[in-house]
Design a binder for this molecule. Sequence first.
Ligand code: ADP
Ligand code: MG
Length: 489
Amino acid sequence: MLLEAQIVQVHDADIARDSTNTRSTTVDQGGDAALAHQWSRVRARLQEEIGEVEYRNWLRQATLYGLDGDEITVMMPTRFLRDWVNKEYGALLTAFWQAENPIVRRVDIRTRPAGANNAVPNLGEPTPVQGGKAATAPRREVEDRSEAAALLDARFTFDTFVVGKPNEFAYACARRVADGHAAPGFNPLFLYGGVGLGKTHLMHAIAWELSHRDGGDVAVAYMSAEKFMHRFVTALRRQSTIEFKNELRSVDVLMVDDLQFLIGKDGTQEEFFHTFNALVDSGKQIIVSADKSPSDLSGIEDRLRTRLGCGMVADVHATTYELRLAILEAKASRAGVAVPGRVMEFLAQKITANVRELEGALNRLIAHAHLFARPVTLEAAHEVLHDLLRAYDRKITIEEIQKQVCEHYNIKISEMSSVRRARNVARPRQIAMFLAKQLTSRSLPEIGRKFGNRDHTTVMHAVAKVTELMAGDPDFAEDVDLLKRILAV
Ligand code: ADP
Ligand code: MG
């Protein structure tokens, strides 16, 4: 059985992630040696805080896996230890990490899922790094080794998914497909919706369910569109496309997350199209997610669009207040922390962008309360989340963004609307479009209009391009993050 999951892209691909609250991402703070050093300090503080014995019993076996974006991943050898450490020390670990490294906002404690080891027998495992040694494995590196075995996120199951009006249809479809006897009408299943609303969660949940059913002989391959492309390109380079094709065509279920990243990648799209057809023709299930419906995914070839839309298309809508509240309640109770109703109502009212941000806010509150041994209160929420809340209170305009970007790159404001395509003006223009998408609630066509009446597809390409550059070039990413920080104050 092939279980190819990959946790990296979940974060890399989320364009609007953290749109309101950015942090420094200097290499110093995220570098290998620095991370290893920070990890040893976190361990020392933990030991001090909980005492020798407890530390030895529970935390000694923790290893640092790496830093990805604002998330640190710590590995535990068993599920039991993972759950225990999560419940008992998760908040403390988070708080100590946050104190050591300002980039860190979340600590993810995980274990290799039981099924995954035998699932991918021939593929190398990512090597967790022992505490003392250099903590490499920023996950992007793992991703680049195309054979890296990857993991399904153990938190992303149906059990932990809170169902409400905005997602009930998508959930029902996901359940149906996970039952394993999906009607042909559900192939492909196309899940779409904005960032941080649970698409990846649902896909992982389906993968978990299917790959643990019937003695686990359903072969599930899960990957991001970027990963798909990466593997395809690597196969081309190594002249091993036949193996690549065979491998993909041998699965029972193929899941491709964030398909919008195939826009403009014609060769990869073509390959995906053929894989898609081969699988569907032999009765295999395809599950795809994207940020838009097939008909709105401009830049996708028509024949692919048609095929994508001919199964079940399910929209994950923006959250409602009720759903946000229910999610907070579920997460607080799972974490075993008493969070007063008033605090949850406040968060549900304020933090509306997406579930990821909501979750992040709650985690920060819990970590803070734990660290200072204080109950979670409304005052604490105001204090701890003040940067996040301020960003919600403040409405950034496209004009401000354009002005700031022009100042930063030393170009004239008129270049934002000009037709010139020289790199030195086109790139800042793209960055401004990207920031407009991230920091305002304007739609793509609205943004396009503010940039010399450009088409919404131009804005979309700009967003994709900047995202891609940020993923590949830390200096560039830092520059964009800096602009975001300046704009957010
Ligand atoms: P997307 O793939 O749509 O960008 P994710 O699936 O990565 O979003 O979800 C972002 C975060 O929010 C994850 O931690 C996920 O577990 C959580 N989340 C989203 N929707 C729900 C939900 N309905 N119930 C519980 N957690 C959710
Ligand atoms: Mg996702």
